[in-house]
Design a protein around this ligand. Structure first.
Ligand code: CO8
Length: 265
């Protein structure tokens, strides 16, 4: 499936079960206008529909990236984010749809990752960056703050002091600093970036998908709920996963000294 929406390119690699969404407004550094927000949601829905044709879980991971040489995403489109098109026409924001998406979403960051672009990356499960990328919350320069939870997320991933520094100064930080502060998962040299991201995504897509879905929910609960509730959730999920075919396959593969083939059943 290679499908084009107005501002997002959608691809699906059947072999690995990996979807790719490319934010495609390179002339505006992939700034988020209403159309792009809607198309990210529509692209994710199109990819999720792959699971309906399949008995198991066909879609194992999604890569979100930006078109062009310069940016993952330079934030909300400054021309129009204060009007009603800011959130697109959907009732749910693209941030929520990414957070709740059943497959892990990997932000592949090569270039500017600013404002609402950084918040989009923070909504993803993983942030993989090239070493030349830069990160920041320039909203303060426009007299506003990051409106989609950026300060909250950076306070949790790094610290409130780092969140304040980014959001109060509006300065950009390097990928190395973002890595040091725990804002990104990995930074790769520019010339190894494509291969390293590909290897990371291939590994992730090969894991047992029902376990991956549960772990995503569990980690989100760790952020949003109390420890007791989280522990109970994990234990109940653990018991359900023990009953799956994927668990039997994983155990058999270990005993037979071979790679497991998970189907999401
Ligand atoms: N919106 C619209 N157009 C943009 C944006 C943007 N955010 N960023 C860049 N562009 C456009 C430029 O206008 C320019 O267009 P043109 O060629 O037609 O003049 C083109 O992209 C290339 O940009 P530059 O020439 O400026 O490229 P530089 O390499 O010189 O600079 C920068 C790159 C540093 C990224 C610079 O473009 C910049 O500072 N951009 C603005 C970044 C910014 O302030 N982003 C934050 C926006 S506010 C936000 O994200 C709030 C989110 C709130 C979410 C709330 C949800 C509820």
């Amino acid at each position: 499936m290679d499908e084009s929406l107005d501002t997002v390119l959608v691809e699906f690699d059947d072999e690995r079960g990996v979807g790719t969404l490319t934010m495609n407004r390179p002339d505006a550094l992939n700034a988020l206008n209403g159309q792009l927000r809607d198309d990210i949601i529509a692209g994710l829905e199109a990819l999720e529909a792959r699971n309906e044709d399949d008995e198991g879980v066909a879609l194992r991971a999604v890569v979100l990236e930006g078109a062009g040489e310069k940016a993952f995403c330079a934030g909300a489109d400054i021309g129009g984010f204060s009007d009603e098109s800011a959130g697109g026409s959907s009732t749910r924001s693209h941030y929520d749809v990414i957070r709740d998406f059943p497959a892990p979403v990997i932000a592949k960051i090569d270039g500017y990752c600013l404002g609402g672009g950084l918040e989009t990356a923070l909504a993803c499960d993983f942030r993989l960056a090239s070493e030349g990328s830069t990160f920041g919350f320039p909203e303060v320069n426009l007299g506003i703050l990051p409106g989609a939870g950026g300060v909250q997320y950076v306070s949790k991933l790094a610290s409130p002091a780092v969140a304040k520094e980014l959001a109060m100064t509006g300065e950009h930080i390097s990928a190395a600093r973002a890595d040091e502060e725990g804002i990104v998962n990995h930074v790769y040299p520019d010339d190894e970036f494509e291969d390293e991201v590909d290897a990371f995504v291939t590994d992730l897509a090969g894991q047992a998908p029902l376990a991956i879905q549960g772990i995503k929910k569990s980690a989100d609960m760790a952020v949003h709920s109390g420890l007791e509730e989280g522990l109970e959730y994990d234990y109940q999920l653990f018991k359900r996963l023990l009953e799956t075919e994927d668990h039997a396959e994983g155990a058999a593969a270990f005993a037979e000294d071979r790679e497991p083939e998970f189907e999401g059943k």
